[in-house]
Each structure stands twice: as structure tokens, then as C-alpha cells.
Design a protein around this ligand. Structure first.
Ligand SMILES: [Zn+2]
Length: 700
């Protein structure tokens, strides 16, 4: 006992036994659960004995325990640990303890000494619902993580990482960082009510960042990087006390974000450490999220001091540029390291979003890149880009409102905003002189409303009978039933005469029936299959992967060099072509910048073109240099993990992020402080996308 006491006596914050003179007032910080961030100051004389001290604590701090039920431990700043003393390791309890002012003491429940203590806990079956509970008996020596594991098997809600304990109508959060501590250490007592959280609880990685004054560019970039799994896992393994200010601040930030205990946090200490180093921009420009991201990764790389760091390993790729002399065909090859891929976008190309309706029922929304000014020219661009086998005469350009044709256009019709907004191209059978088009509408059985735009069939101009169109109807029926799995009986054709009588046309009985020009043809579909159809059309909403690949193709396309090229073989100026290619290995993380801001100080324009990009399976195989290609099963596919979005103009804009959480595979929107789950993945691809972060499929 004496030995123990003298050991404590040597530590800087321990008791100083002395019989000396006049007592003075000191302040002590008292905490529970060894939570130093949650302490209370008390004031007392510095000559109290151990028992007096405990009584004084009970007076000044709200303690549910009697002085005999707890002991104290003291925090030792030097070795960052707690030293426990319970009276038995004091040689003489009548000697006053002398603490230094501001010492930190923790109230430790004495039951903790008994490792075999059994706890009976009350577990809520539904998040924080105390009217529906079950009992759970567990040893106080097990860890919080083990308790969560056992409790999780007993309830249906397994969504959250946090456990809550009810204390006086309040729920105290026990997050992931405490998982390694025992229930005894965490002060769990018998009959405590425990619960998992709701879906709205903080989730690891889903943590907003406070805007510290025009810092949305930084927040957006940091959220992108936080959701790169291999980077974040590496950062979490770093020691925050390493002598590297930016990394230390970043380690702390990432730990907070991924602790699952916070819905938002302030990146202040990181900002302080990088602010002076931030690249400055002209006053015409906002800080740029892409420049920041690139620079921030560079700062981390520098602090790591090695040549090859986690940054170079994850983000750096090699692009080889080959210049081919058009005179002697010799090649000059240079390799360049890239940390991101800047893709140029052209501004003079307009984008048109139209609905395309195939003649047998196909319905798609399509984006056409074209600088056409007339409907006819746009049809030509459309055919060239999507259906090269169609003829312009097979497209009927119309205005569709609420699934009805409101207007028809001519080739020479000039495109204005009004026309642009509801434009649809309907594929029609090619018409000859003695043939006419018959419109067929599609209505839902119960509501009697059109659920999709009409189609056009072709029949003879005179004496058109059902037999003339039955084959076309069968094709449409086959298409509809194949995508909805509807039986053919769910699909019925009617002729609506001038008295608005619905006359059912059956291919068995009515093949000879005349179809008058004044008649309307209507297909009626059972409502349940209309819903299936609408879902299908939504899934097919946009052809993915068209536009980003176009930009990539432009980047890697062979192009004539401007001006003359000095060929060392020809020993003179010649004409040459240049081509860029990736070499292997491909970067594990590929950052793509869509260059929406032209580098022109005088121009305040931003390119708002919608670029379609895939969430999965972006394949870079065809952009790898031929001398590096190694067979067919080359791994070159990437999945999207984050998008930095920019809204507004060059000078007044706002950045947000969409990112995929690698722990639950859900997408979230990050808008400074605010986060929300994205329920529909199609919302991720917008015209605001500015930085795309892709991760190699073998890396994530
Ligand atoms: Zn040459």
C-alpha cells in the first residue's frame, strides 16, 4: 500500500500529502464516464481527506451514488491516462489529499471492481419506444461493441451504429468510438433502458460541414475525398499526433465525420492549417473546388515527405502523349503524370432534350447535341447520333402536352424556347400516296386518361379495314406485354366513332370492320400494368454513358498539331499528329474535371451543358495505349463515388456534393451543414456536375 501510494506521489497530478499550514481554495474538474469534455468545476479547500473529498463532490455535483459506492480516478496529462485510487491504496485515510488546482477527477462506480457483475438491461424493440421492450442479461465486463452485436440480433432495426441509454428522459448516445470499452467502464447499471437509434441518427460518413464564410468549395471537395474508401481508410489509420499539421487536422476531421456520432461539424482547424497556403485567385473568380482538391492532396503528399505516398499511389496516373510525324511516320513518346483528368466542353453546342417514340411503342428521353436552328436540322442530328438507319421522312416532329399531340411542326420550323420545351419525335411508318396515318392513343382503363403519347399506324387512304393494321397492333401489343409482363387480355383496341361510342375490335371477329377517317383508335390497358409501364419508362429515362464518353473520346482523339513540328528523324519541320493515351497501371482513383469555366478573365460565362455520366462501369479500356494493352480481360472499369456540383455563375456560385457511403452503399447529398439521403440515383446526374470521382472496381 505504501508503495502504491508513493508511486502515485511521483506523478505530476497526484496527491501531495502534507501536514502543512493554511488551506487554500482550489478548483477541480469532475467528470463521469471518463468524459473530459463533459466536466463540472467544483471549488474546495485543498486539505480535505479522501472521504471528505467524496462528500464534497456529492454536495457540489449531481451524483446518484453514495460516497461509499464510488471511488475516484485522476487524469494524468503526461501519459494521457487515468489513475484510479479507491482508498485502499492510501496509506492513511486521515491524511489530507493535496490536488493541484484544475486537476481532473472521474467518479468511478465501485461496482466496476467486480468484473462478474451481471446487468439486466431493458432493450427497446423499436427505436426509443419504451412501451415495447425485451430484457437482456449480460455481464458488465463485455464491451459496448459486444452488447450492440447481441442487441442487434434481438431487434429488427439494424440500421444505426449508435446505442442510446435513457437517463432521466434524455437519451445519451453511445457511438462507435466507445465500442471497445466495457459496460462497467461506461457506467451501465441494471434496469437501464437501451435502444438503437432511428434512421435520422448520425451515420458514419454522413456528417455536414459548416460553412466558415465562402468555404462551400472546400466543403464540397472534402466530402468528395471523404467518400473515397481507400483514402479514408488510410487516413483513419494515421496517428493524429504526427508532426504534420494539415494531416493531423484532416485525421481529426475524418475521425469525426466517420465516428457516426455527429450530424455536422466545423472544419475550422483544418482551414486554419491550410488557409495561408490556399492558392489565390483573381477577384473575378470564386475559389474553385477542383483547384482546392488538387492542392489539398498535394499538401498531404508534401507532409508525408516520401516520394511515393498514399496520394501518389491512389490519385496519380500516367498519360502518354505520342507525336507522329506525317512525313516519316516516326513516333516521339512522352509520359506525363496526371492527378486529375480535365475534360474540355464546347460552348457552342446546344443541347436539346426530346422524347422519342418508336413505331412499335418504345419511349425514350433523348439529349441531342446540335447547333441546329430548324426542326429539320435537329431531326438530322438526332438520326446521325441515335438512329442512323432512319430517314427524316420517318420522323413526325410534334408538341406533346399531357400525352396528347398539341401541334405538328415542319422541317423549316425555326426552333425557339417554346418549341424546345415539349418537343417529341414520333417514328411513323413511311407513307406513300395512297396511304394515310391513323393515330392511336393509349388510355388507362380506370382513369380513362392517356398515360403515354400516341403512335401512328399506316393504312390505305380508302376503305381501310382493321385487317390492314392488325399486324402493326400486334407488334405494339407484343412490345407492351414484353416490358410489363401483362397478359394479352390486358391490352384492348377500340374504335371510337363520331358519337364517342367505344367499339371493341377483336382480331377474331372484326378484321373486316371499316375504320373511318373520323374515327379515333384507342388502346385501353389495365391500370396495374400502366404502373409497371411508367416505371419501366422511368428506368429507361436517359441513355447513360453517352456524353462523358464523348468528352473522353475528344480528349484521347488523335489530332493535328497546330503549326510545324520539328522531326528529329527528318531533321526538319514537318506536319504531325498527336494522340494521348493512358498507360498502365491506371490510377486507383480517377478525378475528372468537367471544364465548365473557360479560362478567360473577360468572360463570365459558365458552360451549362448537361453531361451524362455513368454511376457504374465507366470503362477506360479503349483509352489505354496499344503498347500497354494486355488481352481482353484488362481491368479498366470504374464506379462513381462522388460528384462535386456547382450551381450559379462563375462569380456567384455554390458548391454541393453527392457521394456514395461505402458502409451502407447509399447516396447522400452534402450541402454545407445539411445532409440528406438521395432516394433516386437518377437525381445524381445533373447539369451542375463539375468534378466526378471514380474508383477503380478492383480498388474500392
Ligand atoms: Zn519525320
Amino acid at each position: 500500500m505504501i508503495n502504491e501510494f508513493s508511486r502515485m506521489n511521483n506523478s505530476p497530478l497526484s496527491t501531495i500529502p502534507t501536514l502543512s499550514s493554511t488551506p487554500k481554495m482550489i478548483s477541480l474538474k469532475i467528470c463521469k464516464n471518463r468524459d473530459r469534455n463533459n466536466s463540472k468545476y467544483i471549488y474546495m479547500r485543498d486539505n480535505l481527506t479522501y472521504d471528505q473529498l467524496k462528500q464534497e463532490i456529492c454536495k457540489q455535483v449531481e451524483v446518484t451514488l453514495l460516497p461509499t459506492e464510488f471511488c475516484l480516478s485522476i487524469f494524468n496529462v503526461e501519459n494521457n491516462s487515468w489513475q484510479r485510487f479507491d482508498g485502499t491504496n492510501l496509506s492513511d485515510k486521515s491524511i489530507p489529499l493535496r490536488f493541484r488546482s484544475h486537476s481532473i477527477l472521474n467518479i468511478e462506480k465501485l461496482e466496476h471492481m467486480n468484473e462478474r457483475c451481471e446487468l439486466c438491461l431493458i432493450l427497446c424493440r423499436q427505436p426509443k419506444c419504451i412501451s415495447d421492450t425485451i430484457h437482456l442479461t449480460i455481464q458488465s465486463s463485455v464491451t459496448l461493441g459486444q452488447l450492440k452485436e447481441r442487441a442487434r440480433k434481438m431487434v429488427t432495426n439494424q440500421e444505426t451504429h449508435n446505442l442510446y441509454v435513457q437517463k432521466k428522459y434524455e437519451w445519451l448516445i453511445f457511438g462507435k468510438t466507445l465500442d471497445g470499452q466495457s459496460l462497467a467502464e461506461l457506467d451501465f447499471v441494471t434496469n437501464s433502458v437501451i435502444s438503437f437509434g432511428t434512421k435520422d441518427d448520425p451515420f458514419p460518413g454522413v456528417c455536414g460541414l459548416t460553412n466558415l464564410g465562402n468555404t462551400c468549395f472546400m466543403n464540397s471537395a472534402l466530402q468528395c475525398l471523404s467518400n473515397v474508401p481507400s483514402l479514408t481508410q488510410k487516413i483513419l489509420s494515421f496517428d493524429e499526433t504526427m508532426n504534420a499539421p494539415v494531416i493531423s487536422a484532416y485525421v481529426n476531421l475524418i475521425r469525426t465525420i466517420w465516428s457516426g456520432e455527429y450530424t455536422n461539424t466545423k472544419p475550422s482547424s483544418l482551414l486554419i492549417n491550410i488557409r495561408e497556403d490556399l492558392p489565390h485567385f483573381t477577384k473575378y473568380r470564386q475559389h474553385d473546388a477542383q483547384e482546392f482538391m488538387n492542392y489539398f492532396l498535394h499538401l498531404i503528399h508534401q507532409e508525408l515527405t516520401n516520394e511515393r505516398t498514399v496520394i501518389t499511389r491512389l490519385f496519380h496516373g500516367q498519360v502518354q502523349s505520342s507525336v507522329r510525324c506525317l512525313h516519316c511516320d516516326s513516333l516521339e513518346i512522352n509520359e506525363e503524370t496526371i492527378s486529375f483528368l480535365p475534360l474540355s466542353m464546347s460552348n457552342d453546342v446546344n443541347q436539346y432534350d426530346i422524347i422519342y417514340l418508336g413505331k412499335y411503342g418504345e419511349q425514350r428521353s433523348i439529349s441531342i447535341c446540335s447547333n441546329a436552328t430548324t426542326v429539320g436540322a435537329l431531326i438530322e442530328s438526332f438520326i446521325r447520333q441515335y438512329y442512323p438507319k432512319l430517314l427524316p421522312t420517318q420522323i413526325k416532329p410534334v408538341k406533346i402536352v399531357d400525352n396528347y399531340v398539341m401541334d405538328e411542326y415542319f422541317s423549316c420550323t425555326h426552333i425557339n424556347d417554346r418549341i424546345k420545351s415539349c418537343l417529341a419525335f414520333i417514328e411513323v411508318p413511311e407513307k406513300t400516296n395512297d396511304k394515310k396515318h391513323l393515330q392511336v392513343e393509349f388510355i388507362e382503363k380506370t382513369t380513362r386518361k392517356c398515360f403515354r403519347p400516341p403512335l401512328f399506324l399506316m393504312g390505305p387512304s380508302y376503305n381501310c379495314r382493321y385487317a390492314h393494321i392488325v399486324e402493326q397492333i400486334n407488334q405494339i401489343q407484343a412490345y407492351f406485354c414484353s416490358i410489363t409482363n401483362a397478359p394479352t387480355s390486358a391490352f384492348k383496341l377500340y374504335r371510337v366513332d363520331s358519337d364517342l361510342q367505344y367499339l371493341h375490335l377483336s382480331s377474331e371477329r372484326n378484321l373486316n370492320e371499316l375504320l373511318y377517317y373520323s374515327d379515333k383508335l384507342v388502346v385501353e390497358i389495365d391500370s396495374q400494368y400502366v404502373d409497371v409501364y411508367k416505371n419501366h419508362v422511368n428506368i429507361e429515362y436517359k441513355p447513360r454513358d453517352a456524353s462523358l464518353n464523348t468528352l473522353l473520346e475528344d480528349f484521347f482523339r488523335e489530332e493535328s498539331l497546330n503549326g510545324d513540328y520539328y522531326c528529329s528523324k527528318c531533321q526538319g519541320l514537318t506536319r504531325a499528329k498527336q494522340k494521348a493515351d493512358f498507360t498502365l497501371p491506371l490510377p486507383p482513383v480517377l478525378i475528372i474535371q468537367l471544364k465548365r469555366f473557360p479560362f478567360d478573365v473577360h468572360s463570365s460565362s459558365k458552360i451549362d451543358t448537361f453531361i451524362d455520366f455513368p454511376l457504374k462501369d465507366l470503362n477506360l479500356g479503349k483509352y489505354i495505349a496499344e503498347n500497354y494493352r494486355n488481352g481482353e480481360n484488362m481491368l479498366a472499369s470504374y464506379d462513381l463515388v462522388a460528384v462535386s456540383n456547382h450551381t450559379g455563375t462563375l462569380t456567384y456560385g455554390h458548391y454541393t456534393t453527392y457521394a456514395k457511403n461505402y458502409q451502407n452503399q447509399k447516396w447522400y447529398s452534402f450541402n454545407d451543414d445539411l445532409t440528406r439521403e438521395i432516394n433516386d440515383e437518377r437525381d445524381i446526374v445533373t447539369k451542375n456536375a463539375y468534378i466526378l470521382v471514380y474508383v477503380h472496381q478492383t480498388v474500392s
